[in-house]
Design a binder for this molecule. Structure first.
Ligand SMILES: Cc1cc2nc3c(=O)[nH]c(=O)nc-3n(C[C@H](O)[C@H](O)[C@H](O)COP(=O)(O)OP(=O)(O)OC[C@H]3O[C@@H](n4cnc5c(N)ncnc54)[C@H](O)[C@@H]3O)c2cc1C
Length: 402
């Protein structure tokens, strides 16, 4: 069978990168991207920290480790080719207490196993040379960790694939994918969105990925449980107190990295993100409750098992949610000169984090093909860094073109 017609669901950075890679490798295919919003990249891809992660934390041999390393190269080359800003500002992961040192060493060993270039453990003196206002007893320095705007990258890819002949159908929510003998029908609530079936469909629907997958006949496990991350922008007069990125040593039991200082590509310095359960998958204002979204996680046994196991971390994060002062204080442990800095809230991000029935958060990327349909079921951070490598992987290793 010749593969001629392909659909991608979701115009975030992953869906758009998959579409681009398909057109690079198979320029003759007819490609349609279905996106439920009226513009591309309205969800995770434009509500994140903008960090091009170097590959410090990921389990060697896993998809995250492999695709993050390759993704960095592809994102860097893409930004250079398209004249999009890319700032290799560097990152410190800082230990404040001696009890954190074994965990810092473990991250160092993982980063070496993952081939992260030029990463080093440094003492307080050297740390002071890199970030004069930062305190700590030891740090891991990753000099090539960078920042970008993933929203800008996604928008550029969208322009590019349309120049190459792809169609992006905005305001087109997909309810389910129905596979039949002649191909795959993409259906909205009111019926099919296409008359001629597609030969292959790749669903990259982020925060809605479990719903679209199960409505299309894929397994119910894992489920997306939404965790929001708040950010604050610090008073511009204090921006220079931090030169690049300063992170705590993460708790290995939890997949989130802890509140940190992140320089943004527009020059602003932000603090965040924390991580707490979101009362809506797309509730960026934080006001109100989406009853369907809440019912979904409340009714999921995995959520309660996760909550029971992570009570201490949950309470720590809750304190940063209810108190701006606590939020700033957490970060200022690393840069005391910013303890009283004034901050303004910035728009939050909401992570599409997959969770299993046993309450374990799924650490690695999950990409599953069944017949002609492929679903990305878990692509949290470093999903944006890895996006172009995820696309290569799907197009060259997951899809079957025969
Ligand atoms: C707070 C936060 C900080 C992060 N920081 C970083 C970072 O610094 N570095 C990094 O590498 N990664 C980071 N990430 C992760 C990164 O943002 C994501 O991995 C990445 O953006 C995922 O892209 P995506 O295209 O899969 O999903 P999304 O960007 O969410 O796109 C999914 C798209 O699918 C559409 N869609 C959904 N359902 C349907 C449907 N039924 N029909 C049609 N369209 C549909 C949505 O509207 C959306 O446009 C962060 C994430 C968050 C939330």
């Amino acid at each position: 069978m010749t593969v001629r017609r392909i659909a991608v669901i979701g115009a975030g950075i992953n869906g758009l990168s998959v579409a681009r890679q398909l057109l690079i490798d198979h320029p003759d295919v007819q490609l349609t991207v279905f996106e439920k919003e009226s513009e591309v990249a309205q969800h995770q891809s434009s509500h994140n920290s903008g960090v091009v992660h170097a590959g410090l934390y990921y389990e060697p041999g896993g998809l995250k480790a492999r695709l993050c390393t390759r993704g960095i190269q592809l994102v860097r080359e893409y930004c250079a080719a398209q004249n999009l800003p890319y700032d290799a500002c560097g990152k410190l992961v800082v230990a404040l207490e001696s009890e954190e040192l074994p965990r810092l060493d473990a991250i160092y060993r993982k980063s070496i196993a993952n081939g992260v270039p030029d990463v080093r453990l440094i003492d307080a003196g050297e740390m002071h040379e890199i970030e004069p206002n930062c305190i700590g007893i030891k740090a891991l320095h990753s000099p090539h960790t960078a920042i970008v705007s993933y929203g800008a990258i996604a928008r550029r890819i969208a322009e590019e694939i349309q120049e190459w002949g792809a169609t992006i159908r905005l305001s087109s929510p997909v309810a389910r994918l129905r596979e039949s003998a002649d191909g795959v029908y993409v259906e909205g609530e009111a019926g099919p969105l296409n008359d001629t079936p597609f030969d292959r469909v790749i669903a990259c629907s982020g925060l809605q990925s479990d719903r679209l997958a199960t409505a299309s006949g894929d397994e119910d496990d894992p489920r997306i449980v939404p965790f929001f991350g708040q950010y604050y922008v610090i008073d511009p007069a204090f921006r220079e107190h931090v030169k690049g990125l300063i992170y705590p040593v993460p708790d290995p039991r939890y997949p989130f990295l802890g509140v940190h200082f992140t320089k943004r590509i527009d020059g602003e310095m932000t603090i965040g993100p924390n991580a707490f359960i979101s009362l809506g998958r797309e509730n960026y204002s934080g006001d109100g409750i989406n009853l369907r979204d809440v019912a979904d996680f409340i009714g999921y046994p995995g959520f309660w098992k996760f909550a029971a196991r992570n009570m201490a971390v949950t309470l720590r994060e809750l304190k940063t949610v209810v108190s701006k002062a606590t939020f700033v204080r957490e970060a200022a442990k690393y840069v005391p000169s910013l303890a009283t800095v004034s901050v303004k809230p910035a728009v939050r991000g909401i992570r599409a984090q997959a969770m299993r029935q046993d309450g374990q958060l799924v650490d690695d990327f999950v990409i599953r093909r069944s017949g002609r349909i492929t679903h990305i079921r878990n692509a949290p951070s470093p999903g944006a860094t890895s996006s172009m490598a995820i696309a290569e992987y799907i197009v060259r290793e997951v899809l079957d073109f025969n």
